[in-house]
Design a protein around this ligand. Structure first.
Ligand SMILES: *[C@@H]1O[C@H](CO)[C@@H](O)[C@H](O)[C@H]1NC(C)=O
Ligand SMILES: *[C@@H]1O[C@H](CO)[C@@H](O)[C@H](O)[C@H]1NC(C)=O
Ligand SMILES: *[C@@H]1O[C@H](CO)[C@@H](O)[C@H](O)[C@H]1NC(C)=O
Length: 260
């Protein structure tokens, strides 16, 4: 779910054949790759992998999740069996993880911590009421990896969801927008959930359906329109009354110059 981090340790070994004349085409080449992968800060899901290669072919692999070697060639299968039977093997690889993986992983986190920026999240309603979408705008975060999910009453929504790609904004930060087709339904709770490595846990942003902003604006505009209408009618009435000789002594009405 979070950023997959990984670093590797490479070990190269060159074996020359023991014949007296060493021809480079007789040389065999072995190399080992070891890498540590982790997705979460507490490193509980850390995986330590060792791969033995011989002349570019992977012959055996150790996986710390299963704590077993797997052989991929005839020699690899025999060796894997032998190593899996060795009672010292598992403690040895666990020590590798403690000594090789964890301090480096912590160092990577400590370094990237300096650059992490928490996202700024806003929720809004877009489009006509017959075909509207909720938009979860997630801005100004770093690093790039992020997960934005919609929840309806706490359950993940997978249909009617679209999303932009994560976009760079040119200032060392990223943004993404996620859309959910929205039909207001009484009693339902819609939430935008954002998961980012800068946060120790997911953050939830609830949509407040009481009165979407655009509706509020319409009502305000409507009220203003009504008020203007009343003023015009009143001004018009004053004008008619004064022009037909009625005395109607409010000088202030002259200011409504639009009516004539
Ligand atoms: C290690 O084993 C686990 C459990 O079987 C598996 O999920 C994972 O993909 C393996 N890792 C690699 C690099 O093969
Ligand atoms: C990373 O930072 C933590 C807390 O700031 C500290 O305890 C730890 O020793 C650091 N680890 C490394 C490898 O620098
Ligand atoms: C998040 O964005 C909104 C709208 O652009 C802005 O008003 C607000 O100050 C921002 N908050 C933070 C913490 O940057």
């Amino acid at each position: 779910m979070y950023v997959l981090n990984c670093f590797s340790i490479h070990l190269l070994l060159l074996f020359s054949s023991l014949s007296e004349v060493v021809d480079s085409s007789d040389e065999d080449f072995a190399h080992d790759d070891a890498w540590c992968g982790f997705r979460s800060r507490d490193l509980h899901d850390m995986e330590y992998i060792i791969e033995h290669h011989f002349n570019k072919i992977m012959v055996a692999q150790y996986n710390s999740t299963t704590e077993r070697w797997t052989g991929y060639t005839a020699w690899g299968v025999i060796s894997a069996e032998k190593w899996n039977e060795d009672p010292d093997e598992i403690p040895r690889r666990r020590t590798d993880m403690e000594v090789l993986c964890k301090p480096y992983a912590n160092r990577i986190y400590n370094t990237t911590d300096m650059y992490m920026v928490e996202p700024n999240v806003t929720l809004r309603l877009e489009g006509p009421s017959s075909d509207s979408s909720l938009v979860c705008s997630v801005h100004f975060f770093y690093p790039k990896h992020i997960r934005v999910t919609w929840l309806r009453n706490g359950q993940e929504v997978t249909s009617d969801v679209t999303s932009t790609d994560v976009m760079a904004n040119g200032h060392w930060s990223y943004q993404i927008q996620s859309y959910l087709k929205y039909t207001p339904t009484i009693g339902e709770r819609i939430t935008c959930m954002v998961e980012h490595i800068s946060q120790t846990e997911p953050k939830f942003y609830d949509w407040d359906p009481s009165l979407p902003k655009s509706e509020k604006n319409k009502i305000v505009i409507g009220a203003c329109g009504l008020l203007l209408g009343v003023v015009f009618v009143a001004a018009g009435l004053t004008y008619r009354m004064t022009s037909t000789g009625w005395l109607f002594g409010h000088i202030g009405f002259r200011d409504y110059g639009t009516v004539n």
